[in-house]
Design a protein around this ligand. Structure first.
Ligand SMILES: CC(C)(COP(=O)(O)OP(=O)(O)OC[C@H]1O[C@@H](n2cnc3c(N)ncnc32)[C@H](O)[C@@H]1OP(=O)(O)O)[C@@H](O)C(=O)NCCC(=O)NCCS
Length: 162
């Protein structure tokens, strides 16, 4: 049997069916956590080959820094973990942050070695925020985005519209 293939799709928050799926996955995967409302930012759903939604992830703008994004929530259904889905969802969010021109992506983990390992693999570094926002033993992560091509891209777009 080959490796399972997943399809990851960025959703449109105006599509209530997609929002319902994100809410359903959050409740199923993180039943103890207060659901994060997918009413702003950027969200993705991952589907198994048979079309079943199996994972989700969200990226919002940081409330502290205008040039930073925050990986706000992600989850993979138990039966589909261990296939690199979280890693793929991190990469999708880093690509989106880069497209938006943000310089940093931040997040935190608490008692979550699997997530910590995925963040390390994606290139995140541990740091100490000046005002920690989570639990005392949470780990804070940041990723510096290479935006060297961003100004050029914006200028090219502006010229195209001129
Ligand atoms: C954490 C979670 C997102 C991981 O999803 P996943 O698709 O299995 O993750 P990946 O396969 O991309 O990567 C997980 C990495 O952690 C490693 N890992 C898995 N379990 C681990 C554990 N208990 N301790 C240490 N590392 C672990 C894996 O080996 C993998 O690393 P590798 O690719 O180098 O082998 C998933 O288990 C989940 O949804 N958990 C509940 C919700 C949650 O914690 N969400 C994140 C916070 S909002």
């Amino acid at each position: 049997m080959g490796q399972p293939v997943f399809r990851i799709r960025k959703i449109d928050l105006r599509n209530s069916a997609d929002v319902t799926v994100v809410n359903y996955l959050q409740k199923k995967i993180l039943p103890e956590d207060r659901p994060y409302k997918p009413d702003h930012g950027h969200w993705w759903i991952a589907y198994a080959e048979d079309g079943k939604p199996v994972a989700f992830a969200g990226l919002v703008r940081s409330i502290r820094f205008s040039d930073a994004g925050y990986l706000c929530r992600a989850g993979v259904l138990d039966a589909f973990t261990g296939h690199g889905l979280q890693t793929k969802l991190i990469k999708a969010r880093l690509a989106q942050a880069k497209k938006l021109g943000w310089n940093w992506v931040l997040t935190d983990t608490t008692d979550n070695p699997a997530s910590a390992n995925s963040l390390i693999k994606a290139g995140f570094r541990i740091y100490t925020p000046s005002e920690p926002w989570s639990f005392k033993h949470s780990i804070y992560w940041k990723y510096k985005i290479d935006q060297s091509g961003y100004k050029k891209r914006v200028k090219k777009k502006a010229t195209a519209y001129a």
